[in-house]
Design a protein around this ligand. Structure first.
Ligand code: NDP
Ligand code: BG6
Length: 484
């Protein structure tokens, strides 16, 4: 069997915002797991950088606590934690001032791969790029990893692209969308382009419609400040949901290489029709006895920000003409369950009695929590009594099919950071892709702002507002149940 750990060259990874929430919860535990997997060469280093005044020893202590708290797999118990911590350094730095820059430049002077992860507030992305340039760290060997949100509309995304482009080439810029690092999301491409079975049917002639659901059971929690200025449309639809739609709808790229894949995704976004007002539903969750409602959680009693959005989209091209894509995402829904369902058309003619009922094949790609693929096929109900048809799933849970060890996939962040070190941009968004995605979402958001209509309230633990169900009922279709 092929080894799953493909070594990467020695690197220096600087995490701006190395003391922040994302670094503690995702980036540092992820790097630790890659270290345990043997993917970090001896002279690779991780350098935390933030304004907090501490030395490298104190930072190691900070990281030890973060890993112990947030690494669900090893809980920091990997025998190598002490060794991993020796790879860590810390520089006190101010993105907006001179503190720390000379020290960082000195520390990262080497022939190794050099990556700078911008895990800070978006207003600091531009200043960081500028200072890296000023201090001689923006040369051809450097890479920058830029967190989301990448702008809040087309104009701001363009401005950010422009600032970054002043100091870095496009092939040095890694715009993160962590959904692209999820195992099953990548599997989408393997399923489509690695099998002969599906691709001939992957078009409007055979597909009735497509449903993409990303449901979360949690609320906005401690991120209310950010979220209330974003909402589900900016937070999830413009990026994660859009990427899923692109991978489903795109034409086969000639090669699995960054620009070939991203060119095809871009064409999909450009082919999206504007969404009609009547084809969008926005919602906001209510509280329960135990859980705060959205407005209280976001600490904005008048908030009209949506925590749920459902819409019907059309990709206007030969492949998808008249095949609707129904997308929905929201917080505080019934369960944490995300899936893509390809619902095929009815057979053109039924040879069976009407009693046999109406049956459809559905290919479901389950993204989380239990990654897998399920294909619903129609068979005869076993036993005597004539020809009655039932649908049964051909179900492949990756954990069952591959065994727990093989199905113990790296977390999205781990995989994406290693891709940065390898210099592989396939799973990162290109500047033009991000701009086109904003160009599609901007008019929707502008319309909401003009209309000033508040979102529809929905109960915590529900499937979102009833109007979202109507969005499909109207077309004689229905959403699949939200279940893990
Ligand atoms: P936090 O507010 O938790 O952390 C911000 C970090 O930036 C801290 O380490 C802070 O440290 C540092 N910082 C602030 N000001 C400066 C400055 N002037 N110079 C240098 N460092 C500075 O944010 P998050 O970790 O939550 O988010 C970071 C980025 O990741 C954001 O862009 C966010 O949108 C994105 N993101 C976060 C997610 C999450 O779940 N947290 C999910 C998806 C994206 P100090 O105060 O010591 O300087
Ligand atoms: C983030 C959003 O990008 O993705 C969050 O900002 C959301 O609001 C999160 O909760 C969902 O990610 P995952 O991997 O838990 O589905």
């Amino acid at each position: 069997m092929v080894s799953r750990v493909i070594p990467v060259d020695p690197f220096d990874l600087v995490i701006f915002g190395g003391t922040g929430d994302l670094a503690r919860r995702k980036i540092l535990p992820g790097l630790f797991r890659r270290f345990c997997a043997g993917q970090m060469e001896e002279d690779s280093r991780i350098i935390g950088a933030a304004r907090s005044d501490m030395d490298s020893e104190e930072y190691r202590h900070f990281v030890r606590e973060a890993i112990t708290e947030f690494d669900p797999k090893t809980k920091g118990e990997c025998a190598h934690l002490d060794e991993f911590l020796t790879r860590l350094h810390y520089v006190t730095i101010d993105a907006l001032g001179e503190t720390g820059w000379a020290e960082l430049a000195e520390l990262t002077r080497s022939d190794k791969v050099r990556a700078f992860y911008f895990s800070v507030a978006p207003r600091l992305f531009g200043p960081l790029a500028e200072r890296l340039h000023l201090h001689g760290m923006a040369d051809g060997e450097s890479r920058i990893v830029v967190e989301k949100p990448f702008g809040r509309d087309l104009e701001s995304a363009r401005a950010l692209n422009k600032v970054l482009a002043e100091h870095f080439e496009e092939n040095q810029i890694y715009r993160i969308d962590h959904y692209l690092g999820k195992e099953t999301v990548q599997n989408l491409m393997a399923i489509r382009f690695g099998n002969m079975l599906f691709e001939p049917l992957w078009n409007s002639q055979y597909v009735d419609h497509i449903q993409i659901t990303v449901a979360e059971s949690v609320g906005v929690g401690g991120r209310g400040g950010y979220y209330d200025r974003a909402g589900a449309m900016r937070d999830m639809m413009q990026n994660h949901m859009m990427q899923l739609l692109c991978l489903i709808a795109m034409e086969p790229p000639a090669k699995f290489n960054p620009d070939a894949v991203r060119d095809e995704k871009l064409k999909v976004i450009r082919a999206l029709d504007p969404v009609r007002e009547e084809d969008i539903v926005r919602g906001q969750y209510e509280g329960t006895e135990d859980l705060l409602g959205y407005r209280r959680e976001a600490e904005n009693p008048e908030s009209t920000t949506e925590s749920f959005v459902a819409l019907k989209a059309h990709v206007s091209n030969w492949r998808w003409a008249n095949t609707p894509f129904y997308l929905r995402t929201g917080k505080r829904l019934r369960e944490r369950a995300s899936e893509i369902a390809i619902v095929f058309k009815d057979a053109p003619h039924s040879i069976f009695d009407e009693d046999a009922g109406r049956h459809r094949n559905i290919l479901t790609i389950k993204l989380q929590p239990n990654e897998g693929i399920e294909l619903g096929v129609t068979i005869k109900e076993p036993g005597p009594g004539g020809m009655r048809l039932i649908d049964v799933p051909l179900d492949m849970s990756f954990a069952e099919a591959l065994g727990p060890e093989e199905a113990d996939f790296p977390d999205a962040y781990e995989r994406l950071i290693m891709d940065v070190i390898r210099g592989n941009q396939t799973l990162f968004m290109r500047g033009d892709e991000v701009e086109e995605a904003w160009a599609w979402t901007d008019p929707i958001i502008a319309q909401w702002e003009d209309d000033a209509v508040p979102p529809i309230r929905y109960a915590t633990g529900s499937s979102g507002p009833d109007d979202a169900l109507m969005l499909m009922h109207r077309d004689g279709r229905r959403w699949r149940e939200i279940k893990a």
